[in-house]
Design a protein around this ligand. Structure first.
Ligand SMILES: *Cc1c(COP(=O)(O)O)cnc(C)c1O
Length: 353
């Protein structure tokens, strides 16, 4: 792919690596690629990060033909920069775009585009412990026309933002509220895709949970509101009586890259991992009878987010005395070790930029 480069006159000042937060600072450049019916993908370019002009009738603003991805670039101790399993993000975006009738960007082009923007922005990849460059690729329809249909023009864009250590103050387990009224996904819908619409529909549950003092929502299946599915932007796993449980990938749950990596590692370590339906009643019961040993969310942002408390209707269980579990901690250390290059990458998951 030929990529045109448009230099900006003045580069931005880099923020303090100790105060990065999440998604506050945007880098100097963005990657842009256009798609038009008949022409396909064309005009790859890296241009100064800035506003994109859209017609008020742009179909994305009305019908949410939009998908996105999220991955990180990590700076190793030797100064080199690496990505973690970017091919999986590429494939997931293909699956998302297919479901939303959007053009699919081939895996190699996706990875090449990510590498190209990170290469240009390499000075933005921070080196403070736990920091990284968050990469946000997204595709959206640009056609201006009212009327629901498959659009005839799209843009694929990548923006980047340096992000701080997720656990600057140590890993603190979070309180999770089990949502028993609103639903996130049903089979046949878009739950397995990373599309903007899924998140718009989830904000009400998130707001209500926060009002009650909880950090995140745990979604149940959309039909019976009985089986545990996932958290807002994380998959979730439970260790019950020595075995791990997580929802199966059957159309409603997002196939997390972190989820897949953790399952690989756990199986390698000799644990039984059950990708199976787990009812909220069985989960709460395990919480009360002492067999629920550990609970944690998995996602690119936090890697592992331990759960300290689960509330479902009037029932509350505390997990592992509100402390991070032993295996959770080991997983966190090992996986972040691979991502930042401290551990040998025996699975071949990292890609050098
Ligand atoms: C992004 C996301 C995840 C985590 O996926 P990773 O690839 O591990 O970052 C899980 N669930 C939902 C709903 C998500 O949007």
């Amino acid at each position: 792919m030929e990529i045109r480069f448009e230099k900006r006159e003045q580069l931005k000042e880099k923020p303090d690596e100790k105060q990065l937060g999440f998604g506050k600072y945007m880098t100097d450049y963005m990657f842009v690629l256009d798609w038009d019916r008949g022409q396909g993908w064309h005009d790859a370019r890296i241009v100064p990060h800035g506003p994109i002009a859209l017609e008020p009738a742009c179909v994305t603003l009305h019908y949410a033909q939009e998908t996105f991805e999220g991955l990180k670039a990590y700076r190793r101790a030797d100064g080199k920069i690496q990505l973690f399993r970017p091919q999986m993000n590429a494939r997931r975006m293909i699956a998302s775009n297919e479901r939303l009738c959007m053009p699919e960007l081939p895996e190699e082009m996706f990875v090449e585009a990510v590498k190209a923007i990170v290469e240009v922005e390499k000075d933005w990849v921070p080196s403070e412990p736990g920091t990284s460059l968050y990469i946000r690729p997204f595709t959206f329809a640009t056609e201006s026309a009212l009327g629901v249909h498959m659009a005839s023009s799209f843009k694929f864009v990548i923006i980047c933002t340096p992000v701080g250590a997720y656990y600057a103050e140590g890993i603190n387990p979070v309180k999770i509220l089990v949502e028993d009224e609103l639903v996130r996904a049903v089979k046949g819908g878009t739950g397995f895709t990373k599309c903007g619409g899924n998140y718009a529909a989830s904000i009400l549950g998130q707001v209500r949970a926060e009002e009650k003092g909880y950090t995140q929502v745990l979604w149940l299946d959309g039909v019976e509101r009985k089986y545990v599915e996932e958290v807002g932007t994380m998959n979730i796993m439970f260790k019950i009586a020595g075995e791990f449980y997580t929802a199966p990938i059957e159309g409603t749950v997002l196939a997390g890259v972190t989820r897949d990596s953790i399952i690989h590692i756990l199986r390698d370590w000799g644990y039984q991992v059950n990708e199976t339906k787990l009812s909220i009643d069985d989960l709460m019961k395990a919480g009360h009878d002492g067999t629920l040993e550990e609970a944690f969310g998995t996602g690119t942002a936090a890697v592992i987010s331990p759960v300290g408390e689960l509330a479902y209707r009037d029932d509350v269980v505390t997990v592992n005395d509100f402390k991070i579990g032993e295996v959770s901690q080991k997983l966190y250390d090992y996986l972040t070790g691979i991502q930042w290059g401290r551990e040998e990458d025996k699975y071949g998951w990292t890609v050098e930029v």
